[in-house]
Design a protein around this ligand. Sequence first.
Ligand code: FRU
Length: 435
Amino acid sequence: DRLPGPSVGGGQRVDAVFSPRSTYHANWTRADALKIEQDATNTAPLIPSDFPVMTDQVWIWDTWPLTNLNMQPVAYEGWNIIFSLTAPRDIFFGDRHWQAKIGFFYSQDAEHWTYGGDLFPAGSSRGSREWAGSTVLADDGTVHAFYTASGHDGGGIDPNDALQRLAHAQGQIHTDADGVWFTGFENHQIIAQADGTLYQTLEQSQAGPIIYAFRDPFVFRDPTDHRVYALFEGNNGGVAGSHTCDRSEIGRVPPGHVTPADARYYTGNIGLMELRSADFTQWKLLPPLLSAECTNQQTERPHLVVQDGQYYLWTISHMFTFAPGLTEPGEIAAGPDGVYGFVGPGLRSNYRPMNGSALVLGNPPEQPLQQYSHYVMPNLLVESFIDTVPTGPGPGDVVYGGTLAPTLELELDGATSRLAGELPYAYVPAEVAFP
Ligand code: FRU
């Protein structure tokens, strides 16, 4: 299974690529996280509190473009199209998760968006709310929606219902001179559930400190073997607390570093499953690609950019989900809310953290919650949503965003990234045209 490639980094590290079906996984170690440092290359510019809002109808958060199986954002008959988690704008911003629905937006210029409403017919989706996923335009023009069926079917608005399963439905896209609409999406099927061995189940998670994950499917065709896979966010299988922090998870920490016992509860991973049927409904769970065990509980919305044979694996994470004991004296926390990245020579490979620590773009310390849910596109433009921007010194002096942030631009050089520019708010351009 092991295909050693050329060595990198002065011969100190050998590239290793494994079959996607093998059990090898890379680690995001405590030693990596201890290297997190913020500077101008990896810190988002401040967002002012008078940002423009895309629509007064709904809060908008996790957002993704219509993509083809090659992961490219695609314009359909000239229209740019994005999908967002949405909730009525008259509920409290923090309650949005429990009423989330996938909405869609279309635009000619990829910057000024028209809200098109819900993607699915009322009452058709699984779970009690729709969480993040991906929407893929297949080669035959069919649209395949993959999302997180969050909560139990018919469970209503219930913040204590943490069940998460992956679901699929297919539909058709239509356009005219005035806009875009969808039909179909009537038959929704659960396509994956946590198995308890590779991926933690809700029951197994119950002793853990933070909500567990089995969510956020990102569907793509691997350019190497041309098979279709999905990444998703999981936690390592097994009862919370039964894991142990071993040397490969701790890494080469500085002398004197102590791993607190509670770090074993933090078991975030980037999961993988493989498509086994032409209709996109049969999938097989494969072992995770990357484990953050003992480092971080949440590796959310994993996605991929493949450039010159290098696989760039992106994930978003929060300050509060880092495992304990990763804060050095004088620092506020291990790492900021933001997007983290790893690069490896194959889909399943010995990914190394970007910039030594994995931090790619974090929020500025003055505005630690200003934006989230970054999505890196193949052209290295990064969209995200505005979360909470302070307007004064008091704890209640904030304005909630619920709209897309300025798009940021990255530059990559091997395992190094750099913030290269700031573009307009909500700029999410397609990269290819269909048909
Ligand atoms: C990230 C996220 C996703 C999830 C959604 C729920 O912002 O936590 O992982 O699908 O938000 O609202």
